[in-house]
Design a protein around this ligand. Structure first.
Ligand code: PGA
Length: 258
């Protein structure tokens, strides 16, 4: 349970927002604000596919890394509309969000496809941000740990001990995403600690201690410091608040000072 063993990663998930000029303007605003985030704090902007090249160019020479919001699991071929891991690497992308609840909810993603995408991303040298989390009624039925434990097992199936250290897990309770309802720091910590315990079971404690576990779901400038102060919450995956440079920076600074 030592935060110094792993990176704090603050990642913006822009979702389907921003044209290329808007993306450049937002990144140009973010860069100087977060320039002091170094060493153990990593700042990532996960942007729509059309903005990736713009983002890579705009962040060149800065400490802001670029991520994509999805990746296909096959290397190439007849998969109209899909983007491969090699294509992302070639553009200069380092991270990729996989299994976001919006992908699971609206685009038929399953734990099986999340696992395949994770394996493909790792094979290409990308760092996957794998999203897990329970629905509201699953929490109400008191099966949060069952749901998240199953997702962790299936999503990381066949991922080696070495590779899992490159994986970021984002715990995102579905009921908290874009709703303004944040999990309390205690609720978020409870599940993040559970995820780490599951990783220790699947791998070992040293490996589990090396994995960055983020919280996501209405994390914002007001609640970030309290969430990030928890021993098993190593960062955040931030939607709405990542679209405003000042708000995003407050969250980054909470990690820097945490
Ligand atoms: P939100 O989104 O911060 O707008 O709730 C988080 C996410 O979907 O990753």
């Amino acid at each position: 349970m030592n935060k110094a063993l792993r990176k704090a990663i603050i990642a913006g998930n822009w979702k389907m927002n921003k044209t290329r000029p808007e993306a450049k303007a937002l990144l140009d605003a973010i860069k100087p604000l977060v320039a002091n985030a170094e060493g153990n704090v990593e700042v990532v902007a996960c942007v729509p596919f059309t903005n990736l090249e713009t983002a890579v160019n705009a962040t060149a020479g800065s400490n802001v890394k670029v991520g994509a919001e999805n990746v296909h699991f096959e290397k190439s071929g007849a998969f109209t509309g899909e983007i491969s891991a090699d294509m992302l690497v070639e553009v200069g992308v380092e991270y990729v969000v996989i299994g976001h609840s919006e992908r699971r909810q609206y685009f038929g993603e399953t734990d099986e496809t999340v696992n395949k995408r994770t394996v493909a991303a790792l094979a290409a040298g990308l760092k996957p941000i794998v999203c897990v989390g329970e629905l509201k009624w699953e929490r109400q039925c008191n099966i949060t740990e069952e749901v998240v434990g199953r997702q962790i097992k299936l999503d990381l199936w066949s991922v080696s001990k070495e590779d899992v250290k490159k994986v970021v897990i984002a715990y995102e309770p579905v009921w908290a995403i874009g709703t303004g309802l944040t999990a309390t720091p205690e609720q978020a910590e409870e599940v993040c600690a559970f995820i780490r315990a599951q990783l220790a079971k699947l791998y070992d404690q040293e490996t589990a201690d090396a994995v960055t576990i983020q919280y996501g779901g209405s994390m914002n400038a007001k609640n970030a410091a309290e969430l990030l102060a928890k021993p098993n919450i190593d960062g955040g995956l931030i939607g709405g608040a990542s679209l405003k440079a000042e708000d995003f920076n407050v969250i980054v600074q909470a990690a820097v000072n945490g």
